[in-house]
Design a protein around this ligand. Structure first.
Ligand SMILES: *[C@@H]1O[C@H](CO)[C@@H](O)[C@H](O)[C@H]1NC(C)=O
Ligand SMILES: *[C@@H]1O[C@H](CO)[C@@H](O)[C@H](O)[C@H]1NC(C)=O
Ligand SMILES: *[C@@H]1O[C@H](CO)[C@@H](O)[C@H](O)[C@H]1NC(C)=O
Ligand SMILES: *[C@@H]1O[C@H](CO)[C@@H](O)[C@H](O)[C@H]1NC(C)=O
Length: 308
């Protein structure tokens, strides 16, 4: 836990002296809220082992009972991936016949705490655009599985040409999902991104590029004072993809439409970026709650408390 402290102290210092740009906020519609309530369940499903070590043809299930609408849908795993070399990128590619969707979901690495301890926050050039830099660890996670996923995806799209592509993830999985969506769009796909609790993944040039890709919408969610989306720091040169859907409801509370505030500028100090006035390590609880207990299949307290 103590590892978070220096980051949070640094954060409060930065946000305190930043100029506040003009705000653009609006409430979301109830239709948007139901779609968020639905797609987050695909991110939740990526934490449930039977889905990322499953067999092609299996249905998606969540033993933590946090993906009921996914379980009610007609789903089938096309490809699963886990324990991929050193980056441990896990997840699945599945079809949802009920909603005519192809879903690519990333679990990311197990322990956010280990990630904070190990992360170098070094940039690498993802060759997506001029001047664009991506965080090396997240980009490497995607590169490890990219060839296999793009092969499986191409086959799936051939089989289901009228389905839409959705890329989802929570926490470190959201970071990988963001870069995967950006790259797949670059390869010609239209991909809608649902990124819950994502760390920053890009320098300002790449963040702006992904924001403006125009080949599928970006839905990037943050929750109250969740510290994870505030890392790596803006001070270290990192920026967020926009818009930000900032959930203001307390932990464990059902989220209603007026509790989701949209910021068109993804690093808006009124959103999650500015929410950490006084460092409070208890606020990591907010990381687990995105419309529901998103990482419920990891068990109580994890991923933060793993491997002490
Ligand atoms: C991946 O690694 C975990 C932890 O070492 C292990 O429990 C799991 O069975 C492995 N999965 C596969 C598909 O090898
Ligand atoms: C990609 O697929 C090949 C062939 O099935 C498999 O041997 C390899 O382990 C896979 N690579 C990754 C990173 O999953
Ligand atoms: C919406 O959620 C907020 C935050 O949880 C709560 O304060 C508010 O009372 C709720 N509004 C309605 C109409 O339920
Ligand atoms: C939310 O739920 C979790 C898991 O049941 C529990 O550990 C935590 O204390 C709850 N938090 C609040 C604020 O109720």
């Amino acid at each position: 836990m103590y590892l978070l402290k220096p980051f949070l102290v640094a954060l409060s210092a930065i946000t305190a002296c930043e100029a506040f740009p003009a705000l653009q906020t609006r409430d979301i519609t109830t239709e948007a809220l139901s779609s968020f309530d639905f797609w987050v369940q695909y991110a939740a499903a990526s934490y449930c082992e039977p889905n990322y070590v499953g067999k092609a043809g299996s249905k998606l299930t969540c033993w933590a009972k946090n993906c009921p609408s996914v379980e009610e849908s007609e789903t089938s795993i096309m490809m699963d991936f886990s324990n991929t070399t050193n980056t441990d990128t896990s997840g699945y590619l599945a079809i949802d016949v009920t909603h005519k969707a192809i879903v690519l979901a990333f679990r990311g690495s197990y322990s956010v705490r280990n990630w904070l301890a190990d992360a170098t926050f070094i940039y690498t050039n993802p060759n997506l655009c001029s001047g664009c830099e991506a965080e090396l660890g997240f980009w490497s996670s995607w590169i490890n599985v990219r060839a296999n996923i793009t092969t499986a995806l191409a086959e799936t799209v051939t089989q289901y040409p009228d389905y839409s592509l959705v890329v989802v993830g929570h926490s470190l999985g959201a970071a990988v999902a963001t870069l995967a969506a950006a790259d797949l769009r670059e390869q010609g796909y239209v991909a809608t991104l649902y990124a819950f609790a994502s760390p920053r993944v890009a320098n300002p040039t790449l963040a702006k590029y992904i924001t403006n890709q125009n080949k599928g919408a970006n839905f990037r969610f943050t929750h109250t004072t969740d510290p994870v989306p505030n890392l790596p720091l803006q001070l270290m040169g990192y920026a967020h993809v926009s818009p930000e859907y900032h959930i203001t409801a307390p932990n464990n509370a059902t989220v209603n439409a007026s509790a989701v505030v949209v910021y068109q500028n993804g690093d808006d100090p009124k959103g999650n970026t500015g929410a950490l006035g006084i460092p409070d390590l208890l606020t990591i609880d907010a990381h687990h709650w995105y419309f529901e207990r998103t990482d419920g299949c990891l068990g109580p307290g994890m991923p933060f408390k793993r491997s002490n």
